[in-house]
Ligand binder design. Structure first.
Ligand code: HEC
Ligand SMILES: [Cu+2]
Length: 345
């Protein structure tokens, strides 16, 4: 009788331990790392179910992501957290940990509709550590460039300028032509005009000088930057600007009152499509990109079009990524050294 009672107690204790220990462990881990369910919905359906996520430095947050309508994506701007797909009716789990206090932007990384890019929210990270340093003042502000004024190239080449051919004239170029500041703050057309005025280059034809300008661009656009820029463009820009840069991406048709006939005449950079929206410019038209400096492009990309349909990318991309996209954009107007036949004009 006594023995039996003892055995029963041992069994009960074992059962309690088997159930209780994992339960306590789960309870503790739950306390250490907050779990948040985040529903993605198209902006028309209400957007993210949570717009501001609070986080503490060094404390992981578990996210359970799901979609209430179509396929969305989840990504965190200026971080190396990989972008995730969020499928309707399924849960995708991920863990975020931040080691610097500050504000981050989370956003949808899958094209879900014309207002896709409005699917953005904030992650507020508080706690110990050096906060994320504020961005340096962008060059277009320092230079006082009006990024909203229409800019078209004063001059354009007879054929697509080639960095490969331009290499032939590299040794004749003045030192200033290679300075980073000159490159960043001048449109290719401005650089061309300045070089064309140099008497020591008078033996070069106009197209030779354009090739030299393309070569100068190539010196500032590393192959790695071009590759990364191409990927960023394909994921973030092509939906509106088009794979080929012509401004004919699928999302443009989703914008109200898109009229392709407006796109071929008049001012190439700013074309009203109605309701305050303008269509993306045709990047393959040399008048567009050869008329704008990297500094202006940077300003447009950071700040966006302010109501034109061009999103702002400042909180999403690192400055390195923005420079990579800028380098890549000029491939719509220049042939690079590795690419004798680039995007056709
Ligand atoms: C939702 C559609 C949309 C997306 C996505 C988009 N753009 Fe635009 N973009 C526009 C529209 C519309 C314009 C023309 C209006 C304006 O200049 O503000 C424009 C204009 C621009 C201009 C100005 C060109 C000039 O000559 O003034 C640049 C540069 C640009 N976009 C770059 C980008 C880059 C780089 C990306 C991706 C990181 C991107 N855009 C993503 C719609 C879009
Ligand atoms: Cu989305």
């Amino acid at each position: 009788m006594k023995k039996e009672g003892l055995a029963r107690w041992i069994v009960i204790l074992l059962v309690l331990a088997a159930v209780g220990v994992p339960l306590v462990g789960w309870w503790l881990s739950k306390d250490l790392a907050a779990t948040l369910e985040l529903h993605a919905r198209m902006p028309e359906n209400g957007g993210w179910s949570v717009n501001t996520i609070q986080a503490k430095v060094g404390q992981p947050i578990h996210l359970r992501l799901t979609s209430d309508d179509v396929v969305h994506g989840f990504a965190v701007g200026r971080s190396d957290h990989p972008a995730l797909d969020i499928l309707p009716g399924e849960f995708t789990d991920t863990t975020l940990t931040f080691d610097q206090p500050g504000k981050y932007t989370f956003y949808c990384s899958r094209w879900c509709g014309a207002n896709h890019w409005r699917m953005r929210g904030t992650i507020e990270v508080t706690g110990e550590g050096d906060p994320i340093p504020p961005d340096p003042q962008p060059l277009f502000l320092k230079l006082g460039i009006d990024i909203d004024a229409p800019q078209t190239a004063e001059v354009t080449p007879g054929m697509t300028a080639s960095a490969g051919r331009g290499a032939l004239f590299a040794s004749q170029l003045p030192a200033y032509a290679l300075e980073k500041d000159i490159y960043l703050s001048n449109s290719p057309a401005k650089v061309w005009l300045r070089l064309r005025a140099e008497t020591f280059l008078s033996s070069l034809s106009d197209d030779d000088v354009w090739d030299a300008v393309a070569w100068i661009w190539q010196q500032h656009a590393t192959p790695e930057a071009l590759k990364s820029g191409q990927e960023l463009y394909a994921t973030n820009c092509a939906a509106c600007h088009g794979e080929s840069g012509k401004g004919d991406g699928v999302m443009v048709r989703g914008l109200p009152v898109w009229d392709p006939s407006l796109h071929t005449s008049g001012d190439v950079t700013h074309q009203p499509t109605g309701e305050g929206l303008v269509s993306p410019p045709d990047f393959t038209d040399p008048k567009v990109l050869l008329g704008v400096s990297p500094a202006l492009l940077e300003g447009k990309i950071i700040r966006g079009g302010m109501g034109t349909g061009m999103p702002y990318w400042g909180p999403i991309f690192t400055s390195e990524q923005i420079q990579a996209v800028i380098s890549y954009l000029y491939t719509f107007s220049f042939h690079s050294q590795e690419q004798p036949r680039g995007p056709s004009n």
